[in-house]
Design a binder for this molecule. Structure first.
Ligand code: OAD
Length: 245
């Protein structure tokens, strides 16, 4: 009944966007960041996810990122990623905004994506600006720029860094147009990503949240669907298809 209502809201929405976080990739075996089983409960983010950590201890920094790259390489998109891709191809979803640095949305077939926190497969040279997309996990630790020999940096947003301006601008402008946002698998605790649903809400739009547990966004949500993204999203898609036929 509840999912029928979600499908109904998606079908009648004028401009639907989605915001995803680590929870959607948890169903593909990738770790989330916060909570009991979160990465930041086991590893201090100051040691592996700050610009200072990269600059002062590049070897330790890169060992962590190589572990993450290896996990992403092995992971495959799940039914939640695929359902979002299908929501796009069927014309319902106008923009997918993700905080995830993995490439599972792309591999599932999503095309209209804004990656707020960057992309784990892309590397950039902080000295000469060289950029490349890795095709495999680097064997040299830390990997070095082929142009100037400086240590390469993964093109992800580290704590202490600003978001890519084009990405956050596009996300904000889509949220200003949106009358419905699906917020999936995020704690909503990292800004500015966590405040995007409020842009939708503030101009009269609605928030539907899908999460295994309440988050910082739940109190603003019009509907909170408790469950795994890989389980709930395909069911919503099925309801949509049934109501269309
Ligand atoms: P968090 O780890 O903060 O939150 C993950 C959320 O997913 C939690 O609210 C969980 O309850 C929920 N969750 C877990 N499993 C789920 C499932 N199977 N289905 C649905 N929900 C599930 O991750 P994010 O909110 O993505 O930054 O964290 C935001 C940013 O903080 C990340 O992008 C990362 C991190 O530092 C960078 O990588 C730059």
């Amino acid at each position: 009944m509840e999912l029928k209502k979600v499908a109904q809201k998606i079908r009648t929405a004028g401009y639907l966007v989605a915001l995803t976080g680590a929870g959607i990739s948890a169903d593909s075996g990738l770790p989330i960041f916060r909570g009991k089983n979160g990465i930041w409960n086991k590893i201090d983010p100051d040691k592996v996810a700050t610009i200072e950590a990269f600059e002062k201890y590049p070897e330790r920094f890169w060992k962590f990122h190589i572990q993450m790259l290896s996990l992403v390489l092995k992971a495959v998109p799940n039914a939640g990623h695929k359902a979002l891709a299908e929501l796009e191809t069927s014309g319902f979803l106008k923009l997918l905004i993700t905080q995830n640095v993995d490439d599972l949305h792309e591999r599932a077939g999503s095309q209209k994506i804004v990656k707020l926190h960057g992309d784990i497969w892309t590397v950039i040279c902080p000295k000469c600006g060289f950029m490349d997309r890795l095709s495999e996990v680097p064997t040299q630790i830390p990997p070095r720029c082929p142009e100037c020999e400086n240590i390469l940096k993964p093109n992800v947003v580290l704590f202490g860094e600003l978001l890519p301006p084009d990405a956050i601008t596009e996300a904000i402008s889509a949220c200003k147009k949106a009358d419905l946002i699906l917020v999936i698998g995020t704690s909503g605790s990292v800004m500015p990503a966590g405040s995007l649903p409020l842009i939708v809400k503030n101009h009269g739009g609605e928030i539907i949240e899908i999460n295994t547990e309440p988050s910082a966004i739940t109190k603003f949500a019009d509907m909170f669907i408790q469950g795994r993204a890989a389980n709930i999203l395909p069911k919503i898609l099925k309801e949509l298809k049934e109501s269309n036929s």
